[in-house]
Design a protein. Structure first.
Length: 383
């Protein structure tokens, strides 16, 4: 796989014919968006060969490369090829699930499971490239891996929540949220009840789109409505802070005039401005956090929400990018070792002895632990 170049490469093929629908990659090689056709054919061929023998090929690993295959609805095959240090089957598999969810979000499940015209599908899928590419790059978010909604804590959360709920009721929708840099600052109960993966995908989609004052964007909900589109309305309240509404045919975008927005949101101008730094920081100014904490990942597994930041103590080593990679790699280690997805047998055993379930896992790396004076901690609870 040396000719594929460094980074992560993503292949999407029609399962029945093996025709490539697209190829995306990260890493900045000279042929950044395309693997050699011989490599694509070999990767798909070995997967199809196994299927013909009733053998399910999920992953493979060489000295410097990890490959993961995943088929969806016997119609779409996704292949992830990674030569990045620390790449794992879990992270690549979850990325493939997010990629397929992104495809459904943009074009709908019907177009993907009943492919009538390959060339037309290729063109339609181009609209999903920005979102898909965000999963391949080095993102400040982590919901693609944790399958929890990236969130932030606003300084005046109750006031913002009350205003958002009132505005949603005034516009006739139960699904509304405030986003800053792809993170949910506040949301209505209806928005929080959205299923996976759309609860994670919608903020990612808004964060991946070019800035605009307003949008009226058709989306399918991979879990809730994969074949009937909804409308995602977005309104920029401040640069970097967007108001999102998920609705049906009504209200029209023109109904959300500046006067309506001003009436509801002008009194909250200062609290809204205070939300802008929450993009990378997640926590409000003055939040009590120990000075030795370099990065934080906090998950609420029942509510499917998470806080993820590497902003504390920016002047210390390692760099924010290294901290993100450390936390992502350690989460992967913990998730695969201590919190594996339960299979049927595990579920039966779990019902008989719930006290044996793992509750928490801690890691502290200090002096002499392999990275100098680095201290990284992660805490995960099952409830």
């Amino acid at each position: 796989m040396g000719d594929a170049g460094p980074g992560v490469h993503l292949l999407c093929l029609a399962a029945s014919s093996g025709v490539p629908l697209f190829c995306r990659s990260s890493g900045g090689g000279p042929s950044r968006q395309q693997l050699p056709f011989s490599v694509i054919g070999s990767l798909n061929g070995v997967h199809m060969f196994g299927q013909n023998l009733d053998v399910q090929l999920d992953s493979a690993r060489t000295e410097d490369t990890t490959v993961v295959w995943k088929s969806f609805h016997d119609s779409i095959t996704l292949i992830a090829v990674s030569s990045e240090e620390g790449a794992s089957e879990l992270s690549l598999e979850r990325m493939l699930h997010m990629v397929f969810g992104a495809m459904v979000l943009i074009v709908g499940l019907e177009e993907l499971t009943n492919i009538r015209n390959v060339e037309r599908l290729k063109k339609e899928l181009r609209a999903s490239y920005c979102l898909i590419d965000s999963f391949l790059g080095s993102s400040e978010l982590i919901g693609d891996l944790t399958q929890c909604v990236d969130s932030a804590i606003p300084p005046e959360g109750s006031l913002m929540q009350e205003t958002l709920s009132g505005f949603a009721e005034a516009t006739g929708t139960a699904f509304a949220s405030l986003l800053v840099s792809g993170r949910v600052v506040a949301a209505t109960e209806g928005w929080w009840r959205l299923g996976m993966p759309e609860a994670v995908l919608l903020p990612w989609l808004v964060g991946s789109l070019p800035p605009q004052a307003a949008r009226d964007y058709p989306v399918y909900l991979p879990h809730g409505s994969p074949k009937v589109p909804h409308r995602l309305l977005t309104l920029t309240l401040l640069r970097g802070l967007e108001l999102c509404l998920l609705c049906g045919p009504r209200p029209p975008l023109g109904q959300l005039d500046p006067q309506l927005l001003e009436r509801w949101w002008q009194p909250l101008l200062e609290p809204l401005r205070a939300c802008l730094p929450l993009g990378p920081r997640v926590l409000p100014e003055g939040f009590p956090l120990h000075s030795d904490i370099l990065g934080l990942l906090l998950l609420h597994l029942e509510l499917r929400r998470c806080l993820f930041t590497v902003e504390p103590s920016r002047d210390k080593e390692p760099s924010p990018e290294q901290r993100r990679r450390l936390l992502r790699n350690f989460y992967t280690l913990v998730a695969t070792t201590h919190f594996p997805a339960p299979g049927p047998a595990e579920k039966e055993e779990e019902a008989g002895s719930p006290a044996q379930r793992p509750r928490a896992c801690y890691l502290v790396l200090g002096p002499g632990a392999g990275r100098g004076n680095i201290s990284v901690s992660l805490f995960i609870r099952s409830q």
